[in-house]
Design a protein around this ligand. Sequence first.
Ligand SMILES: Cc1cc2nc3c(=O)[nH]c(=O)nc-3n(C[C@H](O)[C@H](O)[C@H](O)COP(=O)(O)OP(=O)(O)OC[C@H]3O[C@@H](n4cnc5c(N)ncnc54)[C@H](O)[C@@H]3O)c2cc1C
Length: 392
Amino acid sequence: MDMRLTATDRDLATKARDFAEQILIPLEDECEEHDGLTPGSHASAKQAVLDWDFAAINHTEANGGKGYDTFQVMLIEEQWGRATGALWDIPWRPSIPLAAGTEAQKDRYLRPACRGERRDAYAITEAGAGSDVTYVETTAVRDGDGWVLNGTKWHVTSGDVADFLLVHAHVDGDPAKATVFLVDKDTPGVSVVRTPKYMHTFVFEHPIFAFEDVRVGDDQVLGEVGGGFELTKDWFVEERIMIGARTMGASTRALELSLEFAQRREQFGKPIVEFQAIEFMLADMAAEIMAAKSLLYRVCWEAARGGIDRKQLHAKASAVKLVCSETAGRVIDKAVQIHGGRGYMREQPVERLYRELRVDRIWEGTSEIQRVVIGNELRKRGVEAYTGWPAG
Ligand SMILES: Cc1cc2nc3c(=O)[nH]c(=O)nc-3n(C[C@H](O)[C@H](O)[C@H](O)COP(=O)(O)OP(=O)(O)OC[C@H]3O[C@@H](n4cnc5c(N)ncnc54)[C@H](O)[C@@H]3O)c2cc1C
């Protein structure tokens, strides 16, 4: 069993680490102080994404992306996850279901989004529909040769910088006809209800959008009418894996900072790392990161190169998200404790990560929902997905 990274993969991870260190992390203080970046900083960061060749890492070259496989995308996101302020979201990664579009839709939405000329956001959640997507009340009703959409969507991440939205709606209000529509933000009837503030500092916003009698054409239906649930599931799978990746990058940074601090900080005449209470916290952090990261790499390797099917990947992605995000929560709590009062200061990366990693146990399906997915897999197909090992 050869578990070593190939030279190509290792070089890619190194390049992503350099991008995080040279481009993203230097923007952290500005992002924290001003609750976002100035237009100038946004523009130069965007240019850096193009210069470093990191635009649309998750799409095929035919669709305008970089053609990396899931394992490579994960390696990149892991390094970007080191940055606070959600600066990892600056390099655009157009939603994966856009690849299910027609060639005309790809030319209108996906390929310009890959080039950085357009940007998407995904709108599923509503006031009454969170963990249970079948509760969505946004409707799409046939009208002549098009559709009329009505509804309200919550927490639309990067909706402020997006210029089109993937809107998960129910045709005729029927959950069996869940459908994803491509909606240009400047379409009459689309408006921002409000832009709430959240616990974390995030380089972009999560506005609430209203759709009032929004007319779209048949050419704005992504995939099939009734195929929306599967498309949205594909999005969840990719995002859950990427949350696994970023939480591991963030946890690793928190451990590095904590070790360095504990070796430097002296109390009672010696560096605090010499107190076993501190050393044991560091040991738990290291061991837990090793376990969660091993799971992440293994599942991503299977997804990219191991011939895993879609259902198995859905089941395993939930384990990745659950284990990595819960691990990160424990790691960052210890990191703040090791830093003492300094760990509570916003100027410290560990304080920011403490606030920012909390959402990883909530969005793209809470930890409870990941357990529901894992439980379903156990009941339907047994324990193999979790206890087995891929064989040649
Ligand atoms: C910062 C942020 C960004 C987001 N970005 C987006 C976005 O871009 N697009 C988008 O569509 N959505 C987005 N979301 C929404 C996010 O995916 C939901 O918040 C999440 O899925 C949970 O839904 P909910 O908030 O309605 O909680 P609820 O579903 O109301 O859950 C409340 C509690 O009940 C628990 N619960 C619910 N059902 C079960 C069950 N069956 N078993 C056990 N426990 C259960 C949950 O685990 C949770 O603890 C974002 C959310 C946040 C906070």
